[in-house]
Design a protein around this ligand. Structure first.
Ligand SMILES: C[S@@+](CC[C@H](N)C(=O)[O-])C[C@H]1O[C@@H](n2cnc3c(N)ncnc32)[C@H](O)[C@@H]1O
Length: 429
């Protein structure tokens, strides 16, 4: 499992240099059912995105300058589990004036935590579980007014200069493993935005998704091995995987409603007739169900450019998911990822099976098990690999696996504490 630094109050869209604004945050599990119960030190840094000259640079490539934070050269904050949250007045430093935007990054301070008790210095164990940093959305910086009156001498917040429109998202970064350097260049990360505070379930990242993302991109993951094997088989069978095949043509055989503007000649929601895929060309379609922010689908599309990935969810997820795909465009030069609407409760689908189905953290609601299982059945055949990331939440979830066992062989291919990755393959009829 993971812990997440979460804002309890959104950061402002605009801040006046040296005028304080409040940052309130905590450390919780994905479901917010548990708060981090150890004291620790957190770092609050300000980073500035400088315009990048690297062609195809990702958002993170442009974070060139880490500026000392405020008047105290960066904040080190004590997280006290007895209080359960941190509150700090952030002042942005005058040295930022050449830039007009910055982001705040909250992360675990790796320097060992030391208590302030007189005479005793206690080193606490590093956290057992990873604590994921949170990046605020960019904050527009405004210079302080020059003619301070006596009233403003003490730098009270001048509300006039703080637009109280709050930003409700934070960013999370996931470093690409070294073996993808050849594909994407060194030191790249993929980025997803999620709701800063508690909000729609579909607009958050969840443990199983983070776990799948980190694992699937590795060179020795189950999926990497599978992709390698199937590439070799393709070579042996002389299947033309390099043949130009548009994502639109592959995905048009699915019954999902694509939110993006259809390419000329491709099918669109108003044109339901699917474009046939050339028979000599292997369909390498990966469909993600209940994709939320799109994190897992993006990771798979970035790591395996030969797959055409379609990540789907209900309406409330799609705008943010598309934003996340766009934010990673530089890592997706093949344009091999799309976002679409797909409701598991839809009835009587006439669709084709896909090669890979991705699911992360989708069996928590036993009321939807029947629909979900039907959707998986609709999009699978004996060749389909169903990758399901799971974290135990409650007993009722086991009913899903009990039902699924009637149709699928289920293999646990990777595990990390309470999180598991299952590969489900259809039993022969
Ligand atoms: C716990 S979230 C997991 C999100 C993402 N897979 C992750 O791991 O970060 C469950 C997701 O399932 C989606 N979902 C729930 N019921 C659905 C339905 N009937 N059809 C499609 N998606 C659904 C939710 O909108 C939500 O995005």
């Amino acid at each position: 499992m993971y812990y997440y630094i979460r804002l309890l109050k959104n950061t402002p869209i605009e801040a006046v240099i040296q005028e304080p604004f409040k940052l309130v945050f905590t450390i919780t599990t994905d479901l917010t059912e548990k708060f981090y119960d150890q004291p620790c030190k957190l770092r609050c840094q300000t980073v500035v995105r400088t315009p990048s000259t690297i062609p195809g640079a990702t958002a993170e490539d442009t974070v060139m300058t880490i500026m000392p934070q405020g008047l105290t050269q960066g904040y080190s904050l004590d997280y006290d589990p007895k209080i359960g949250y941190c509150s700090v007045d952030v002042r942005l430093a005058p040295c930022m004036t050449p830039y007009d935007e910055c982001q705040l990054v909250l992360s675990l301070d790796p320097t060992p935590y030391t208590t302030n008790q007189p005479g005793s210095k206690t080193l606490l164990e590093p956290p057992e579980y990873e604590i994921l940093p949170a990046w605020s959305l960019p904050i527009h910086l405004k210079p302080a007014p020059l003619n301070f009156s006596k009233k403003t001498k003490h730098r009270k917040v001048n509300k006039k200069y703080l637009i109280d429109t709050r930003q409700d998202l934070v960013e999370r970064y996931f470093k690409l493993p070294a073996h993808l350097t050849g594909l994407h260049g060194p030191g790249r990360s993929l980025l997803v935005r999620e709701d800063a505070t508690e909000g729609f379930m579909a607009r958050h990242i969840w443990d199983s998704g983070v776990f799948m993302t980190k694992h699937l991109m590795l060179s020795d993951s189950w999926l990497s091995k599978y992709m390698k094997e199937t590439r070799e088989q393709d070579k042996d069978e002389k299947v033309d995987v390099n043949q130009e095949k548009s994502l639109e043509s592959s995905l048009s055989t699915l019954s999902v409603l694509d939110t993006s503007v259809p390419a000329p000649g491709s099918s669109s929601p108003s044109d339901p007739s699917p474009t046939p895929i050339p028979s000599q060309c292997r369909e390498r379609v990966c469909l993600e169900l209940g994709a939320g922010t799109g994190l897992v689908g993006i990771a798979v599309a970035v790591a395996f450019p030969e797959l055409s990935v379609l990540s789907t969810d209900l309406d409330e997820a799609l705008a943010l998911m598309q934003q996340n795909v766009d934010a990673n465009a530089a890592l997706l030069p093949n344009n091999n990822m799309k976002v679409g609407f797909l409701d598991w409760a839809e009835k009587d689908r006439k669709v084709k099976p896909v090669e890979i189905l991705l699911l992360a953290d989708v069996v928590y609601n036993d009321l939807s098990h029947e629909f979900l299982l039907q959707t998986i059945l609709d999009y699978s055949d004996e060749k389909t690999k169903v990758l399901l990331g799971y974290k135990f939440r409650h007993e009722a979830e086991q009913q899903f696996f009990e039902r699924a066992k009637d149709y699928f062989n289920i293999e646990n291919v990777h595990q990390q504490d309470t999180m598991q990755l299952f590969v489900m393959t259809r039993k022969a009829n």
